[in-house]
Design a protein around this ligand. Structure first.
Ligand code: FE
Ligand code: FE
Ligand code: MG
Length: 164
């Protein structure tokens, strides 16, 4: 980030260190979320198997994209994004739910709960940056929109299965 951008941020009441830590934690969530979908997409069994697998692959790609956007923003602050899965796990908000149970309903529930956690994280980040850091605010709103869509996609599939 250039001198002027930093100057503008420093004029607001935002705590930059706290902001970067929040971005790091969200970044860790996205890395884990990417892997959770990527692994889960391989073995859903049961009704709607291929539909869910396809949706999960798509979501995996979107989570990876979110991770890249966040990494770029963290680097803007001159900070290195958290390296490696051990640290991601330690510092994430939402953790990692191993897709060990290939039952489609279990997979759906796991990923719906992860999406709900993500929605809370970005809502909080939006509140933290609103009116202070416009660029981060715009970024987290863009991600929030996609997390809301992810939750909806998974709930739709679950409802279709429940209706039979
Ligand atoms: Fe995401
Ligand atoms: Fe998501
Ligand atoms: Mg989708």
């Amino acid at each position: 980030m250039g001198q002027k951008s930093i100057e503008i941020l420093k004029q607001t009441s935002i705590n930059i260190e706290e902001l970067v830590e929040k971005l790091q934690k969200a970044y860790a969530d996205e890395c884990l979320s990417y892997i959770q979908y990527w692994e889960g997409a391989r073995f859903p069994v049961g009704l709607m198997r291929s539909k869910l697998s396809e949706e999960m692959q798509e979501h995996a790609e979107e989570e990876l994209k979110h991770a890249n956007w966040l990494a770029k923003r963290i680097i803007d602050f001159g900070v290195m994004p958290i390296v490696g899965p051990h640290e991601w796990l330690k510092r994430s908000n939402c953790g990692y739910q191993e897709p060990l149970d290939s039952d489609i309903m279990t997979l759906l529930e796991q990923n719906i709960s992860s999406e709900r956690c993500a929605i809370e994280v970005y809502k909080q980040l939006a509140d933290f940056t609103r009116g202070k850091d416009d660029i981060t605010y715009k970024l987290v709103i863009k991600i929030l929109e996609e997390e809301v869509e992810h939750e909806q996609d998974l709930e739709d599939i679950r409802n279709d299965i429940e209706r039979g």
